[in-house]
Design a protein. Structure first.
Length: 280
């Protein structure tokens, strides 16, 4: 099916969602520590190793229903990882904190890229990694250029059978409970425009692992669930609103089910118990 070019309205819907992400001082300290511990070489692969991220080209065999990764002293348990190989697709996830991009990049399929605000290219460590990983940076002040960049991203996506990752909430929630902010429509416009499916990823609440507000920076286990693909075949821009509602409902239900992350040593389930008390 022929892919149509994005118009200005659709591009602005996407660029409004791009997060003004900054890196907390504790996170930067941990990255610097990892660089020393991993003996980074200063090269592309050394940088990725130092940040606990996969080297480009590595593939993971799906030997179990739940796979495990480790990044920055934290274990990531992934359920349904095999679904990430069914590309091309738009990948979306809930967005909680500065930890997200480091953690999710650890499980991205090989041919996955990210869209981001141009300003992020200047952020130490994060900007370097994103540039080396082929991130498409968008300049909100130059609409024509943003249109060209996004159309190029979609062309590459379909040509390479790759993935394009976005946060539909459009900003970090910093929520202390398993919840979702309302979704923006940009990612869904892109999926419909390209007639490719959406793959939702749901991440357990990580505020007990990393939270600037709560002054948490703990090791532990973060749970990730990859949901079934949501087809956009045959849909038009008139169907985007319903597509957003359907996707939101599925992700919200799974977020409630998956609950909190597990802090190392929290064998008694204190986080879940506290959450239950708060809900009551």
């Amino acid at each position: 099916m022929r892919m149509h070019q994005l118009n200005e309205t659709q591009v602005m819907a996407v660029t409004k969602e791009l997060t003004d992400m900054t890196i907390g001082s504790k996170l930067l300290q941990q990255v610097r520590s990892n660089i020393k511990l991993k003996r980074a070489t200063g090269s592309y692969q050394g940088l990725r190793h130092a940040m606990g991220l996969p080297v480009h080209g590595q593939r993971t065999k799906y030997n179990a229903r739940t796979a495990r990764r480790t990044v920055m002293r934290t274990t990531i348990e992934i359920e349904g990882e095999e679904k990430l190989s069914r590309l091309p697709a738009i990948l979306i996830s809930n967005h909680q904190s500065e930890l997200d991009i480091f953690m999710l990049a650890r499980i991205f399929p090989k041919r996955c890229v990210v869209t981001a605000k141009k300003q992020l290219q200047l952020v130490p460590f994060l900007g370097w990694f994103m540039t080396l990983s082929g991130t498409f940076f968008l300049d909100r002040s130059d609409r024509e250029k943003a249109i060209r960049v996004l159309n190029k991203a979609l062309e590459d996506l379909k040509a390479t059978s790759g993935g394009l990752f976005m946060f539909p909430e459009g900003t970090r929630s910093y929520s202390l409970r398993p919840t979702l902010l309302p979704f923006k429509k940009g990612a869904f416009h892109l999926a419909v425009q390209a007639q490719i499916p959406i793959i939702p990823l749901v991440v357990s609440n990580t505020s007990n692992i990393y939270s600037v507000r709560e002054r948490n920076f703990n090791s532990g286990t973060i749970k990730v669930k990859v949901l079934d693909q949501i087809s956009t075949e045959g849909l038009t821009k008139d169907d985007v609103h319903k597509l957003v509602e359907t996707t939101y409902a599925k992700m919200e239900a799974e977020i409630r089910r998956i609950g909190m992350s597990v802090v190392a040593g929290d064998v008694s389930g204190e986080s879940e118990a506290l959450l239950s008390q708060e809900v009551q």
